[in-house]
Design a protein around this ligand. Structure first.
Ligand code: ADP
Ligand code: MG
Length: 242
């Protein structure tokens, strides 16, 4: 069953075409790792899915909801797609617990008591039961990113989007975030992960996509593409990130 469908998607910024006719189907439970050179449109691809950017041509659907749909449809679509950013983007004036409760209370209309219990459980899942009442400024980058993952999961999305979730972290803090992402993947979540963590791609990814020149240049099994890159472009890219 497909969760995400791109049909001939074109995205431009002014006269620059960033996505140039993307066709892509992602099925339930897939963990799709997206790689590509800087500026190749990886963030834009994710941002078009939850309508942080609009597209010029084609269509994207999430669980059948179109990014070109009505305002109500787009709001519903956004609740299907949790997003985790490179820079965490937590609310600094709210505690970890309040950050995680925010979505359920304000966008899902959940009762506070239930939202609170679920948020505590989610923070426990990401290993932060001790930190529920801490503010983001009191947490390490790795802890903040785990709060951000819990916050995205709290809206009970069908799909999780990760945009270089470990790039802003010191190397020794990356592992704890990657471990949580692996747990989420093993729980059956459908995920699209932009990352340079090739070990994660190989171990956790079920599919690897290489974006280049506004197009999907490669799409296949991570182990195959990483061990035997079919094109010189991918070979060069992998040498660059390794
Ligand atoms: P990546 O995430 O692969 O590094 P991005 O999706 O961020 O690439 O950007 C792709 C291209 O689109 C780049 O050339 C970037 O400069 C351009 N771009 C991204 N966002 C904007 C924007 N809001 N306005 C104008 N150009 C943008
Ligand atoms: Mg990016």
């Amino acid at each position: 069953m497909s969760i995400v469908e791109f049909k001939n998607v074109v995205k431009r910024f002014g006269t620059t075409t960033v996505l140039n006719g993307i066709d892509l189907t992602i099925n339930k439970g897939e963990v799709v790792v997206v790689v590509g050179p800087s500026g190749s449109g990886k963030s834009t691809l994710l941002r078009c899915i939850n309508v942080l950017e609009t597209i010029e041509e084609g269509d994207i659907t999430v669980n059948g909801l179109s990014v070109r749909g009505s305002g109500a449809q787009v709001r519903e679509l956004r609740r299907e797609a949790g997003m985790v950013f490179q820079q965490f983007n937590l609310f600094p004036q709210l505690t970890a617990l309040e950050n995680v409760m925010f979505g359920p209370v304000h966008t899902r209309g959940s009762a506070r008591k239930q939202a609170r219990e679920e948020a505590i459980a989610l923070l426990g899942k990401v290993g932060l039961e001790e930190k529920v009442n801490h503010y983001p400024g009191e947490l390490s980058g790795g802890q903040q990113q785990r709060v951000a993952i819990a916050r995205a999961l709290a809206i009970r999305p069908q799909l999780m989007l990760f945009d270089e979730p470990t790039s802003a972290l010191d190397p020794e803090l990356r592992h704890e975030v990657l471990k949580v992402m692996q747990d989420v993947a093993e729980g059956g979540m459908t995920m699209i992960v932009v990352t340079h963590e090739m070990e994660f791609a190989r171990k956790v990814g079920s599919r690897l996509i290489f974006i280049d020149g506004g197009k999907i240049a490669e799409d296949g099994a991570p182990a195959d593409l990483l061990s035997n890159p079919p094109s010189q472009r991918l070979k060069d890219f992998l040498q660059h990130v390794a």
